[in-house]
Design a protein around this ligand. Sequence first.
Ligand code: DGL
Length: 269
Amino acid sequence: MVTTATKTLEPKPVLVFDSGIGGLTVLREARVLMPERSFVYVADDAGFPYGGWEEDALRAHILDLFARLLEEHDPEICIIACNTAFTLVGSDLRAAFPEMTFVGTVPAIKPAAERTRSGLVSVLATPGTVKRAYTRDLIQSFATQCHVRLVGSQNLARMAEAYIRGEAVADGDVLSEIEPCFLDSDGRKTDIVVLACTHYPFMANVFRRLAPWPVDWLDPAEAIARQARRKVPLIDNAEHPDGFDLAVFTSGNPDFSTRRLMQGFGLRV
Ligand code: DGL
């Protein structure tokens, strides 16, 4: 029990980070498992989308940003709810801020390789994530017995942002982004598609409806939240402080529909 003589200490917040609003798919799971904690949700919308950034520039940008975020918010831990960021900069963050615990998000290639029956797995991600050495290493380490197709989508992260804000997204546009995931060869068909961008689970229902055949769409959000729960100490009698959690946008100026979305998630901008 962590208490002073007179009152229970207020637990530090958990910081959840993404380039945009995709990390909300992880935040909603993390809240279920850590109801006593407050959260700070950080969207680097000034840098969005991360998928097309040159690697050195993105690494420097994120390290610089975290120096400020850790100073400003003093979190208990940080969840990097972004494959594109963590596959590039996860080890640099840990080296630069050794006192902080970083829980990362990486493409769920290992569980997909364990579950596939056909041996054909696709990884749907940003162009950045499919290029990463980290992603190739995951395949080498855990999936050499499978055929893993990497599909880097230029547009899906933006489409998911529009979709979750309530804007119309044409079926044909979505289909042309997901279609390359579906492989039918020698009587075998892709049976698992890894959602390796935290934006994509928001569109999972659309993907299911448009898919040429049913597959398992693997969303790692719950597993990430469980990993975070293991790292965040339980404090007796701690309660979530009343009111909203905080959302921070690096642009300083999210538009009206984004603000409304944040409110719907119980986040104060
Ligand atoms: N949500 C991010 C991810 O998990 C990427 C979106 C982007 O910035 O392109 O990779």
